[in-house]
Design a protein around this ligand. Structure first.
Ligand code: G6P
Ligand code: MG
Length: 216
């Protein structure tokens, strides 16, 4: 029997990956690195600074910038990304999300967000679903990013359940690996890239019900 749900944000609740990609692509262009959509898959679930490091390594420029310069680059990307988020509305929720969250609320099933994004509270507010979540893990307080299970363990703690009592939702391989390492039941939300190790794969939250998952 499961007692609560832990959700990734980007790619599970809404599709912000396209905005992350646009903002990173612009920044990468500026420093002479060309990235494409295939490379972008590697950035899903990965923190802002780690994403920048991966882009720099990809362009053989890991040593070309000081720490301060890297921080400024990450800040610049984020300013652009936040600009792109301004037009988000509840219409940008992925199919089935609103209904699933309503159902969880109606059945008193606690829900938490385990996202590497420091913009998660802002995005949830824009989508109009901030009240659907009982907890949002602050990624700034973590010692390790996904695929480490820390963020998922902390999310379960925040809603007073054990990881074994939780169902975790993820669209990225790094996140799925973290959910499994935490000992949760893992739902992979398929976004076009192969996902390994999920207990169940869905295309959208319309494919499953709260009641069905609580039985897992
Ligand atoms: C999510 C996304 C990543 C992003 C990370 C940090 O995990 O999948 O692509 O890099 O959040 O987001 P932030 O909004 O803090 O830059
Ligand atoms: Mg994601």
């Amino acid at each position: 029997m499961k007692k609560g749900f832990v959700f990734d944000l980007d790619g599970v609740i809404t599709d912000t990956a396209k905005f992350h990609y646009l903002a990173w692509k612009d920044l990468a262009d500026e420093i002479g690195i060309e990235i494409d959509l295939k490379f972008n898959e590697q950035l899903k679930g990965i923190s802002r600074m780690d994403s920048l490091e991966r882009i720099l390594a990809y362009g053989n420029k890991s040593d070309a910038f000081t720490t301060e310069q890297k921080e400024a680059l990450a800040e610049k990307k984020n300013t652009h990304y936040v600009e792109l988020l301004q037009d988000l509305t509840p219409d940008d929720l992925l199919p089935g999300v609103q209904e699933f969250l309503n159902d969880a609320k109606a059945q008193n099933v606690p829900c938490a967000i385990a996202s590497a994004s420091k913009n998660a509270p802002f995005i949830l507010e824009k989508l109009g679903v901030q009240d659907a979540f009982d907890a949002i893990v602050d990624p700034a307080t973590l010692t390790k990013g996904k695929p480490d299970p820390e963020i998922f363990v902390r999310a379960a703690e925040a809603i007073n359940i054990t990881p074994a009592e939780a169902v975790g939702f993820e669209d990225a391989q790094a996140g799925l690996d973290g959910i499994k390492a935490a000992g949760m039941y893992a739902v992979g939300v398929y976004s076009g890239e192969e996902l390994h190790g999920a207990d169940l794969i869905v295309h959208h939250l319309t494919d499953i019900s709260v009641a069905e998952l609580l039985q897992k």
